[in-house]
Design a protein around this ligand. Sequence first.
Ligand SMILES: [Zn+2]
Ligand SMILES: [Zn+2]
Length: 255
Amino acid sequence: MSVQLVSLGSGSNGNATLVRVRDTLLLIDAGFSAKIICQRLESIGISPNDLAAILVSHEHSDHVKGVPVMARKFGMPVWLTHGTYRRLKDKNMPVVEHFHPHGSFCIGDAKVTPFPIPHDAAEPCQFIVSDGRRRFAIATDMGCVTPYISELLEGVDALLLEANYDGQMLRNGVYPYALQSRIDGRYGHLSNEQSADLAASIEHPGLQKLFLGHLSENNNTPDSALDSVANRLRRGADDVCVLKRASVSDWFEVV
Ligand SMILES: [Zn+2]
Ligand SMILES: [Zn+2]
């Protein structure tokens, strides 16, 4: 078995990641319209009918925009915490499954380990998906890195890590002070520097790929994110890539 993944887009305006473990296809977040998600799935030869489930990290629209429509149209179960469900504006979904942010569960061949993240949402969490051997983790929408998160991410084989903003661009940018404080607060987002700190602390020879995602459109650039993180890694930029905000990445197989 192996874990394969492809980003359908990642940025502060929308996020969706497709993960495949053997025949089980999971969509983690659907933060674009259902139409866009379907188009991007089709572009890589995947039918939305083949999705085993949608996992939702939290209720912000850049993660849930397409979720209810996808669920109604294709009938796949939607997995989310009670807190996230409570805050969803559109709860009309045929099958809803709740999970506890500290409890692992299985969907088909995929083992999913959620973990809570410090973020200004009701009960936000992110996920590690595993085939029982290899582990792929998503870690975005975090105002800071808790000791529990760094411990959990130690030894992962591939990681999609948030590099939301360049500190200088945020401070010198057009956002009002209150919004700047929300973004760089303990329940906001990770800066390139914070992302670099975390990446450097968990780097190990078995880390096959580091994807940088959830970049801010106004307060970051792909070059700044890549430079900040790659400069701190022993291996440099070879195994680091910045995900595009509005297009599909290549498939990556965690072997
Ligand atoms: Zn969020
Ligand atoms: Zn987000």
